[in-house]
Design a protein around this ligand. Structure first.
Ligand code: FUC
Length: 785
């Protein structure tokens, strides 16, 4: 909460952010739409987005739109590969730079939709600061509602805001302690040219089609007054002397994530009018009740505290104290919950996945198009979903990866010569560093950052985790495994055999976003090998595809991944000798691409002590100073190293340098991946479940010596709760959602605990002095003391 509005000056509609928008405004959202609240007193401007409002893609202006792919580059790829095998690196590099790139035209960007503006007139003439007191602007993470309240001239004013997922509307209520005090003028301002801007009685309609791609869009703003008078003006709706005013807003486009047209054919007016009508019928109070129960169904599953002192300070005060002094656990805990809030607000079933800014964007020319970046960013957005018990929020990502399959086959054909046809319809798809919702799977327009076929194996790790956490075989069989299998097929054809050593290479390979172009590298190979290994497990679980499975095993055995260099480091490139020995490699680079086996992968761990030691050398070499998501990746990695103090030092680093007043993470500029990755990192500090057992409190810093958590999820679908004191575990509860063996490993215990169900001791199997296992029955809660 804050004791002042987010803005100090009049914000313009130009879409050029003056900083306040990303630093200070408070976000609400429902996956489909987002809004940013500044809490202005007299002239409120609520900026809003609809997640599918994008330029780019199919358009009358681009009749040949083809997902950015250039035709017939597969021959060039072969030449580049031959040059790499012949160790003619410069020639290969030159050719790759020239030919292994995609188009620019049609990429587009995520757009601002516009603003709902409310001019509030107070009685007694000119607004006077002297009559104002008790101003509070707040966002309640427990209910996903925001509010602004203040007193003016002895009258209390209250504004409440939320974005309902069940009704797909934004609802705002203006009220006051006295009757007849609400006099205001509501307008709709579009960030784009409008075909129609009309005021029909009490509804403002903003309707049009983007010039760039003719995507139709529409927002309706309905004003309901209780008491007073309401009248339509040409520019907006005026309310005078009301007791209360409710504003409902819903927006839509005719986008549909379906190749090749990417249009639904549905009239936006029908969609939006229906949403508004349903919301009006429900009324504000019912909308609010439904919204809170829908939101809390997910949010309330998890509780977490470290017995932190709660100061009652405003959030900006807390942040500046944090920057200037010792760590304030209050803020560290709040930021954990915020990542869950932001996930629920920006990724719900039916919506597109959260993009670089979740769903919030004020400009029509946002950094990186506010797109889907696949060399860490989109993946990081989804790191906390399963472990912090929000699996349904992952559906947009899984559906999105599914939607890349058809356009991704075009890219596989044009650039790799891998052809899907009637006889073999699912023969392999690919995508590269950056993506739009219009099937843009081609490489970027510059090879160096733009070529990255390992992007899909990396995304599929997130998708595979849906199964590992839920154990839902139906989803595995019907949705997840088919994508993994097709992706394995792709790599079976794409990987290049070096006859000299009978090993397979991803070529040309590039480690984000520095160093040379090479024959394979640690980044790509780690991801591809993890895909093959995961797919083998998946095929085993489903009892299918023995022959494919055997081939994946043979192939995986011929892919070199992590190795240790002369300085004891994990080598990022196979020819690397000492850390700085490779051309174009940057000191302290933000990406930790060669360490993906440590996090989010599983191939570097406490079970591989030599590799772990080398990973620590590499982590130290990269250093702790980085950009928002870069620090956050380090947090997750040091949690896996199981060094709680170092992990916490990085948390201090993040909050002191990478967090805005509204607690958005900044790259800079604002990029939401760091928020999500932070929440995941905290969960990794509390327990880890990637190695076949649940490791309790593996990375707890001293400053969190006492605390409790509940509702986190471990692989195998166990819901974990625990309490600890003096950095030692007191009790653990395990809710077994689907049954199966539960394996628990503890750090810092003097003797192994007992497991009870309903007060009675359950037989346990002692694996070693730190590890026990016990059988569970679905639906039962076990207490470990
Ligand atoms: C990756 C990063 C950049 C930026 C971009 C959106 O490519 O290397 O720093 O975060 O994504």
């Amino acid at each position: 909460w804050y004791s002042h509005p987010a803005t100090t000056s009049e914000r313009s509609y130009s879409g050029s952010d003056d900083g306040d928008w990303q630093n200070k405004c408070l976000p609400i959202g429902n996956g489909y739409m987002g809004a940013m609240l500044a809490g202005e007193i007299c002239h409120e401007k609520i900026q809003f987005n609809e997640k599918t409002l994008w330029t780019g893609g199919p358009s009358k202006l681009r009749p040949d739109y083809n997902g950015g792919n250039f035709e017939g580059r597969a021959e060039k790829l072969k030449e580049v590969q031959a040059l790499l095998l012949a160790k003619q690196i410069d020639e290969a590099t030159e050719m790759a730079r020239e030919h292994l790139v995609g188009d620019y035209n049609g990429y587009g960007a995520y757009q601002n939709f516009g603003w709902v503006t409310v001019s509030h007139e107070f009685e007694g003439g000119e607004f006077s600061e002297e009559k104002l007191s008790d101003y509070v602007r707040e966002l309640d993470l427990n209910t996903a509602t925001a509010a602004t309240s203040f007193s003016y001239d002895g009258v209390g004013y209250m504004r409440e805001y939320f974005m309902s997922y069940p009704h797909n509307v934004m609802a705002v209520k203006y009220s006051s302690t006295d009757k007849n005090k609400i006099t205001l003028f509501v307008e709709g301002v579009s960030a784009h040219e409008l075909a129609e801007s009309s005021v029909r009685n009490d509804v403002i309609v903003l309707k049009g089609a983007l010039t760039d791609n003719q995507l139709r869009y529409e927002a309706q703003i309905k004003i309901i007054s209780i008491g007073g008078t309401i009248s339509a003006k040409s520019a907006g709706v005026a309310v005078s002397g009301a007791d209360e005013v409710v504003i409902l807003m819903s927006a839509a486009t005719d986008f549909k994530n379906e190749y090749p047209a990417y249009r639904s054919g549905i009239d936006t007016s029908i969609t939006v009018s229906k949403n508004i009508k349903n919301a009006v019928d429900a009324g504000f109070e019912k909308l609010l009740r439904n919204h809170i129960s829908d939101y809390q169904k997910i949010f309330s599953r998890v509780s977490f505290n470290v017995c932190q002192e709660v100061s009652g300070d405003a959030t900006d005060v807390l942040l500046s104290k944090y920057k200037n002094s010792a760590s304030l656990a209050e803020l560290e805990v709040l930021l954990f919950h915020y990542g869950r809030y932001l996930t629920i607000a920006s990724s719900r079933n039916g919506s597109l996945p959260s993009n670089l800014q979740g769903v919030w964007n004020e400009t029509n020319n946002p950094p990186w198009g506010c797109d889907y970046h696949l060399n860490i960013n989109l993946q990081m957005n989804y790191w906390p979903v399963y472990v912090t018990n929000m699996a349904e929020c992952a559906t947009p990502l899984i559906d999105y990866v599914e939607s890349l399959r058809i356009p991704g086959r075009v890219t596989a054909k044009e650039y790799m010569g891998i052809i899907s046809d009637e006889a073999n319809p699912e023969n392999g798809f690919t995508a590269h560093t950056q993506n739009t919702p219009f099937g843009w799977t081609c490489p970027g327009w510059s090879f160096e950052w733009g070529w990255s076929p390992a992007a899909v194996p990396w995304l599929l790790q997130n998708v595979w985790d849906f199964y590992r956490f839920s154990m839902d075989k139906t989803v595995l069989r019907e949705k997840i495994y088919p994508m993994m299998k097709e992706q394995c097929k792709f790599w079976q054809q794409y990987l290049l055999l070096d006859k000299n050593n009978s090993m397979y290479y991803s070529a040309p390979a590039y480690s984000p976003e520095h160093g040379p172009i090479t024959l394979g590298n640690t980044y790509e190979h780690t991801l591809v090998k993890q895909l093959l290994m995961d797919s083998i497990v998946a095929a085993d679980i489903l009892g299918v595809d023995d022959a494919d499975r055997a081939q994946w095993e043979r192939l995986a055995a011929c892919i070199e991944t992590v190795s240790i260099g002369e300085e004891g480091q994990i080598k990022e490139w196979f020819d690397e000798i000492t850390i700085r020995s490779m051309p174009q490699s940057e000191l302290k680079h933000r990406h930790l691409s060669h360490l993906l086996g440590l996090f989010p992968g599983d191939s570097i761990s406490i079970q591989t002590p030599e590799l772990l030691k080398a990973a620590v050398v590499s982590l130290n070499d990269r250093g702790d100073i980085s950009t928002g998501w870069g620090i956050v990746h380090r947090i997750n990695m040091w949690a896996r190293v199981q060094d709680g103090e170092r992990t916490h030092a990085l948390i201090r680093q993040l909050i002191s340098t990478g967090i805005h007043e509204n607690l958005f993470d900044t790259h800079p500029p604002f990029q939401i991946d760091g928020n999500f990755g932070y929440t995941s990192g905290v969960a990794e500090m509390l327990f880890q479940s990637n190695l076949g057992y649940i490791h309790i409190l593996p990375s707890l810093p001293k400053v969190w010596e006492k605390g409790s958590v509940s509702g986190l999820v471990a692989r195998g679908n166990f819901e974990i709760g625990m309490t600890w004191d003096n950095c030692m575990v007191n009790s653990v509860t395990v809710l077994s959602n689907v049954g199966g063996d539960c394996v628990l490993k503890f750090k810092n215990i003097s003797k192994l605990p007992k497991v009870c169900y309903n007060g009675l001791e359950v037989p346990t199997n002692v694996i070693d002095g730190e590890t026990i296992s016990f059988q569970t029955v679905a639906g039962c809660v076990y207490e470990v003391r």
